[in-house]
Design a protein around this ligand. Structure first.
Ligand SMILES: [Zn+2]
Length: 551
């Protein structure tokens, strides 16, 4: 029995799925007699590079070529090229195994021989071309500089950048085609076609799983289908595909989504035990968990995750409302640091357990009110007013220790009327100072807090001299960093460009108006303290969840 991958390998340019751009260009070149001497086919593995090269060789030597440039696929010449049988005119080389300079010399000598008969082309197909040595490329460069008539080189590679490094001059002599990765959708379509043509039956879920495992390669997709079919009789089901490929069942990822969204750390151990008992590859599980969360993220950002089984699509739909995008981003952010641990650690099980525990215990971005409602410590909607004069947005919490900053909603300041712009003088600026502070607070609470303990000392030309009223070097640094921002804020009220200069810290003449609010953190602590005082439920929540107030 001929392998499916082979039996369904395209015989025509038009059959090259996803690579229509390549097929159309090559067909046109053949039809118009404009075939180049050298081609570079770049792209991932299994997407049709060598197949396209063979179709090109078939088309050039076909005995009954169509006027469109397509080979007939049936004549003696086409059949021999397609079968890869001994052929004087088509030479296939795998650079991964023929990379020495001797082979290149050999190639050069053989290229000197013209095609076997009048009107025929000699086609060299060099697979894994990035493996060729510099010497080999030099030899090839000489050939391509003065190419013998009717000789065509096709270099196929998954890593064109390596050729750019070792053989840049040759690239300018090659016509390059970039082959695209074949998406799961296109692979499923093709598999469905093959299943029908073979008189087999297969579930859509099964084909989705195969396509996912094929990871963009049509040849791999067909090989997997072959394996599943030869594994046992009967319809191709998702369960059979999983069994053959040793895949982790969807419901494991369902349980993962449940325990993460419901924050159920005690469910972690049974889940990992089930994986280990089932002989699952934990690395594969972690990769699958990452893909699952990515699908949730994509769905929450109005994207459409591809290549999911129906069961998985339902799971994503069920859990996405419980896992808002910022949370998923933070869950996913843990993964990169884990991968080396997973490889290095002798105890992958523990590493995975710790990951899932971290996910299950990671506090989420929630509104304070939600925390309180959930704790039942507060009448829903009861007034818990903002204690300070700060922003009116609901307070937002995050877990302490998370390095990921919570993005606060972009504040907008309406620019002042043009009529308000005027000359830059100390008096005018002092009069405007409270408005500048308000503007600053809307832009950055930190800057707002700093300006409350700063005063305008002098105006010298376009330079505004600012003095901090306290001696805290951290505040001086903070204001120094925000000089540009402050210049812009002040600049809204004056005609000419403004520069900001900081005078040496603290004359000590005046005490800071509200020293406890000098920094963002101080402001938060103060606010949290007053909120805690108002609501014992919040106090309990803060302690229980190790929360920290944002904004
Ligand atoms: Zn033919």
């Amino acid at each position: 029995m001929i392998a499916l991958a082979r039996r369904y390998r395209p015989k025509k340019f038009a059959d090259l799925i996803v690579q229509e751009h390549v097929g159309a260009a090559l067909r046109g070149a053949v039809a118009g007699g404009r075939v180049a001497h050298g081609y570079l086919f770049a792209g991932p593995r299994g997407v049709g590079k060598t197949t396209a090269a063979r179709i090109l060789a078939m088309a050039l030597n076909c005995e009954r070529r169509q006027s469109s440039g397509e080979p007939c696929g049936e004549c003696d010449s086409c059949t021999r090229v397609w079968n890869g049988s001994v052929n004087l005119d088509v030479v296939e080389l795998d650079a991964a195994s023929n990379r020495g300079v001797d082979d290149a010399r050999d190639l050069r000598e053989r290229a000197m021989y013209a095609a076997s008969a009048e009107g025929r082309h000699k086609v060299y197909i060099v697979d894994e071309a990035h493996m060729l040595t510099r010497e080999a490329w030099n030899a090839l460069l000489k050939i391509l500089e003065e190419p013998p008539p009717r000789v065509v080189f096709v270099f196929a590679t998954t890593e064109p950048q390596k050729i750019a490094q070792s053989a840049a001059p040759i690239l300018s002599r090659l016509q390059r085609f970039d082959f695209r990765r074949i998406g799961p959708h296109a692979i499923v379509d093709r598999l469905r076609h093959v299943v029908a043509a073979e008189g087999l039956t297969a579930d859509d879920d099964a084909l989705q799983l195969i396509a996912k495992s094929a990871d963009g390669g049509m040849r791999d997709g067909l090989s997997i289908l072959d394996q599943v079919v030869s594994f046992s009789a009967g319809p191709v089901t998702a369960a059979r595909v999983r069994e053959v490929l040793g895949l982790i069942p969807d419901d494991v990822y369902g349980e993962l989504l449940r325990l993460v969204s419901e924050r159920d750390p005690k469910a972690v151990f049974p889940l990992v035990e089930r994986l280990v008992d089932g002989g699952a590859d934990l690395g594969e599980f972690v990769a699958g968990a990452g893909e699952t969360l990515r699908a949730v993220l994509l769905a929450n950002l109005d994207g459409t995750p591809e290549g999911l089984t129906e069961a998985m699509q339902e799971l994503i739909a069920r859990y996405r409302p419980l896992l808002p995008a910022p949370d998923v981003v933070r869950l996913l952010a843990v993964l990169p640091e884990l991968e080396p641990q997973l490889r290095a650690s002798g105890n992958a099980r523990l590493v995975v357990e710790l990951l899932l525990l971290r996910w299950a215990m990671m506090a989420r971005t929630v509104e304070l009110g939600q925390v309180l409602d959930a704790l039942g410590k507060r009448e829903p909607g009861s007034g818990m007013r903002d204690a300070g004069s700060g922003p009116t947005a609901p307070p937002v919490m995050r877990d302490a220790g998370s390095a990921t900053a919570h993005a606060h909603p972009a504040s907008r300041i309406s620019p002042p009327d043009v009529s308000e712009t005027g000359p830059l003088t100390v008096e005018r600026l002092r009069g405007l100072w409270s408005r500048v502070i308000d503007d600053a607070r809307a832009k950055s609470p930190m800057l707002g807090a700093l300006l409350q303990v700063a005063e305008v000392v002098a105006v010298d030309g376009g330079t505004v001299v600012i003095r901090l009223l306290d001696t805290n070097p951290v505040h001086a640094e903070g204001l120094e960093r925000q000089r540009e921002a402050l210049a812009q804020l002040v600049g809204r009220y004056v005609v000419d460009p403004v520069r900001i200069k900081l005078e040496g810290a603290g004359s000590g003449q005046r005490s800071a108006p509200r020293p406890q609010r000098l920094t963002e953190e101080g402001a938060r602590a103060e606010r949290l303290k007053s909120l805690r005082a108002q609501d014992p439920g919040l106090s309990a929540a803060v302690d229980a969840l190790d929360l920290e107030l944002l904004e």
